[in-house]
Design a protein. Structure first.
Length: 497
């Protein structure tokens, strides 16, 4: 990189920091993966059990991480950022996973940095053994509820209630930034989002998430603001749905209304299913999930279109040929949300993280080099049959990297737009306490569309309403019909129940 480019990059970072400092917003970086956390031994791949679900997070690096400090004097802690849960928790140095080699071997994980309450002047015990949380992959964390001083990006939250964990299957704490109604106790308490506004650090319970593409090692989260340089076109605002069977908001669920594939020649394949016809399909936007999960009626046609294959004999996971890493970025999977389309390049859905595991995979997977596919089906979700029967999608990092998402807990709204990937500049709009809704803001200009004739194919899922095939292009459209594969999948996530 030339010196001028370096100077421009430095100036962009400094201007972003200065803009954040001048407003009631808090911005800090997220990073992917933590070297040295895992033991490095290769486990046996068990079939559709809790261990398989944990394996997904181990071999993918398990999400996006943030650096914080806890206590006085401050103790540095690394945490996983999770929009799908609402509690913050940190590991005690006395936690079972941190002290037992047998548990580390069992779960193929070891502990990151821990918080020692005996070394802090601001530690207070709230409830001994009061903290207990279980995630959809059956992972658990148990311990005490405490309050402590908690600092992010140089800003300190006083007396934040959090879990101090003594029993866990995870080697790193989680920073849950979801609704207070979803905390892991019947007695609701102010979580980090409440305290950020209660202590007047930000004006509104809202934040913007920008993960950037899979080639980038970092992203950003902006509490209390929107960065209009990080997305393309208008910010599309949709309501957050109330959780099924409840009259409250507990998760970031929005209406998922369409799914399709666009090929490099401009031809398209639309997924035709009853899930999009009878009612809106809830989709949870969850940064704590490495992969994305959709009902079987949606998963099978997508797998078929892209040639993804499922291991039905061992793990239940769906894999794809690593050659798709080199796909033209114009080949995309399109997710529709009430008229707003987010395009995810297929190459962003291909995870080349199985190198050391290639020899353990079943021999019937027909690729020279096997990659994990970023979309999995909920059909073989090991944890609960209600996951499949409730018909919802969970869109994790493989989707979120292509989107810019604004989460407003005060307004029960989501703002969503196509991410402006690898942006190095900032234009921050502060969200203020008097705002009645998320603002109508526009990001950077949209690129000009490519002209030319295209073909459209409607793919009808099994047991779905009858579909049709529509052609509006030349004979090249027939190639779309030739793409077939075997398809079924399974997986695990860390969104809380």
């Amino acid at each position: 990189m030339k010196l001028g480019a370096v100077a421009n990059a430095v100036l962009a970072v400094l201007s972003s920091a200065a803009a954040a400092a001048a407003q009631n917003v808090v911005e800090f970086n997220l990073h992917r993966g933590i070297p040295g956390l895992h033991l490095g031994t290769l486990p046996q791949l068990g079939r559709r059990d809790t261990y398989t679900q944990l394996l997904i997070n181990n071999i993918t690096g398990g999400g996006y991480y943030c650096e914080v400090t806890v206590g006085t004097p401050p103790q540095p802690i690394t945490m996983i950022l999770d929009t799908g849960s609402s509690d913050a928790w940190v590991l005690s140095p006395k936690a079972d996973l941190c002290t037992s080699r047998a548990l580390q071997e069992k779960y193929q994980d070891s502990c990151g940095n821990t918080y020692d309450n005996t070394k802090s002047q601001t530690y207070k015990l709230v409830e001994r053994n009061g903290f207990s949380i279980q995630y959809l992959d059956n992972g658990t964390a148990k311990g005490d509820y405490i309050t402590e001083d908690f600092s992010i990006a140089g800003v300190t939250i006083k007396n934040l209630q959090m879990g101090h964990v003594l029993e866990t299957v995870r080697g790193i704490g989680i920073l849950g930034i979801g609704y207070t109604a979803n905390v892991a106790t019947r007695k609701v308490y102010p979580n980090i989002m409440d305290q950020l506004t209660n202590q007047k650090i930000i004006g509104l319970k809202a934040y913007s998430l920008y993960l950037n593409d899979r080639r980038s090692s970092s992203g950003t989260i902006l509490f209390g603001g929107i960065d209009t340089n990080k997305f393309v076109g208008p910010l599309h605002i949709v309501p957050i749905m109330k959780s099924f069977g409840l009259n409250v908001h507990t998760a970031f669920e929005i209406a998922f209304t369409g799914l399709g594939v666009t090929y490099t020649n401009g031809s398209t394949a639309e997924i035709n299913t009853n899930l999009f016809k009878a009612t809106s399909l809830p989709a949870i936007l969850d940064s704590g999930s490495t992969l994305s999960y959709v009902p079987e009626q949606l998963a099978k046609p997508i797998f078929r279109e892209l040639g993804a294959v499922t291991d039905n004999t061992l793990t239940g996971l769906t894999f794809i040929d690593c050659k798709h890493l080199d796909d033209d970025p114009r080949m995309v999977i399109r997710f529709n949300f009430d008229g707003k389309e987010i395009k995810v390049p297929v190459n962003e859905m291909v995870l080349d993280i199985l190198g050391a595991y290639q020899h353990l995979l079943p021999s019937n997977i027909p690729y020279e080099r096997v990659c994990m596919f970023g979309i999995q089906s909920t059909k073989n979700f090991d944890t609960s049959e209600t996951v499949e029967k409730s018909n919802f999608a969970l869109l994790g990092d493989t989707f979120l990297r292509s989107a810019y998402v604004v989460y407003s807990l005060d307004h029960h709204q989501i703002g969503i737009a196509q991410a402006n990937l690898n942006s190095t500049s900032a234009a921050i709009v502060e969200l203020k306490s008097g705002d009645k809704a998320l603002p109508a803001v526009t990001g950077v200009p949209e690129p000009s569309p490519t002209d030319g004739g295209v073909a459209t194919v409607t793919v009808t899922a099994k047991n779905a309403a009858p579909g049709s095939v529509r052609f509006s292009g030349g004979l090249e459209a027939l190639a779309v019909l030739a793409i077939t594969s075997i398809c079924i999948a399974a997986g695990g996530v860390i969104v809380s129940l």
